[in-house]
Design a protein around this ligand. Structure first.
Ligand code: DX5
Ligand code: ZN
Length: 224
């Protein structure tokens, strides 16, 4: 297990979304992003059913495991995450995040992810109210707040995520939880610092980081 604790006060970990990497030369592109200072790699798994797009599954996650020593955090945008937990565990990834809107029993699925030795994550879409994930706050290691409609990289940041992050920070302190707070979608030099300032621990960024001429400069802008 390869993972990171909460970042220092006022800082954030940076998690490039591999969706925006150049898959024709994945190894060198990821090495370059690692040298630029990436802390995690974010892997967007899509099934063409939960979201209107298809990406990759456990097979590619295993290949990514061989290409990188960074903590690998998979974001499952799939309708039946419960059916694939063993396969993802075998691929060697470190964290598995399911959507609260998925067609699965949430608590048992989270418990199984933990039993398989992975960090347990839950995510919610921009239109899903925070109250829908409150029953699971004591059962997760991370919460992934979506700031775009899941399915595609390169969309515009939805500021509804900022309020959700602030509310999660408050509840975590009041109720003594330990989860990390991730934010994903439309993160750039403006939205990233906004999320960090209200307490996001991990900033996921795809197109803005992979599209940069100077990646380490952009990683530093996000990290704070
Ligand atoms: C969207 C994915 C995101 C996406 C982020 O469904 O979950 O991780 O790749 O890409 P940008 O940063 O380009 O919005
Ligand atoms: Zn994602």
């Amino acid at each position: 297990m390869n993972w990171l604790p909460r970042p220092a006060e006022g800082r954030a970990w940076v998690a490039p979304s591999v969706l925006s990497a150049d898959f024709t030369r994945l190894e060198s592109d990821l090495d370059n992003m690692t040298s630029a200072g990436a802390d995690f790699l974010h892997l967007d798994v899509m099934d063409g059913h939960f979201v209107p797009n298809i990406t990759f599954g456990p097979f590619i996650c295993s290949a990514l495991r061989k290409l990188s020593n960074l903590p690998l955090d998979a974001h499952l945008m799939i309708s039946r995450p419960d059916k694939y937990l063993e396969q993802f565990a075998k691929s060697g990834i470190d964290g598995l995040t399911i959507h609260v809107e998925a067609d699965a029993e949430i608590s048992p699925t989270l418990a199984r992810i933990g039993e398989l030795g992975m960090k347990r994550g839950i995510s919610l879409k921009p239109d899903t109210p925070l109250k829908d994930i409150l029953p699971y706050l004591d059962q997760v290691d991370l919460i992934l707040v979506m700031s775009v409609q899941p399915g595609f990289g390169g969309q515009k940041f939805n500021p509804v995520a900022v309020q959700k992050i602030a509310e999660l920070v408050r509840r975590r302190a009041d109720e003594g939880f330990e989860f990390l707070i991730n934010v994903d979608g439309g993160i750039n030099g403006v939205s990233g610092p906004q999320c960090r300032e209200v307490g996001a621990d991990i900033l996921v960024s795809g197109s803005w980081l992979f599209g940069a001429k100077n990646r380490s400069e952009r990683v530093s802008v996000l990290r704070g």
